[in-house]
Design a protein around this ligand. Sequence first.
Ligand code: GLP
Length: 260
Amino acid sequence: MKVYISNNIDALAAVAADEIEASLRRSAAPVLGLATGSSPLPVYRELARRVKLGLDLTEVTAFALDEYVGIPVEHPQCYAQVIRREAQIPLGLDAARVFVPNGRATDLSEACVEYEKAIASVGGIDVQILGIGSDGHIGFNEPSSSLASRTRVVALTAETRRDNARFFGSADEVPTTCVTQGIGTIRESGSIVLIAQGRTKSAAVAAMVEGPVSAVCPASALQLHPKVTILLDEQAAVELRFADYYRASYTVAELVQDDS
Ligand code: GLP
């Protein structure tokens, strides 16, 4: 794992965008994995900035990680809406090539199988953007998820529903179940870029990077992936035993951007 630590979020986002751009350029039919949540927003901002400067992502196919089960499509927290608002429009992606799991399907198991087939049909995901939950989830793969799991329906933990209450009126309004790409699905991505900020993520981050590979922390499965870039602010990195080693190994250019 490459672990970058800096409080310069724009600089972290630039490292992420460099990795994403390079992965997409290497592919004849580029496929990007999109994440929801607040963590990846600086990365989308940086990619959108590059799009304004000429980066063309119109040929990119994109797959979202997850979706709430039963949430009305017009709800602002329906991930189909979130992805449209925060990634598809700002990045100039072609709406017809952006896919989100269907949490409203009558046959959810069938919809999960179809989602896996859709990813496979374009040759798999080249680069996956990820955040991490405070309980160590990636996508919505909660603790105890099989590290080989595929796209499926998952019940959310009380912790995740509390964490996501800020996007709804209250924790009670957060749906109880979701559809998520599995950890096995995520691990098949060509490369992975994960970003985490804040003290509430520090225990999960330490378990992901330095803990044992275990379903207790689903993100720890990323230790088995050969091409993972982790971007952390100082607070998210505070529980890392080898933080100084990472700082010495992976330096973040302290960029100053001039958009004028
Ligand atoms: C959500 C999403 C995850 C996201 C995580 C953290 O529940 N399903 O993909 O990484 O929780 O969210 P945030 O970045 O807002 O802290």
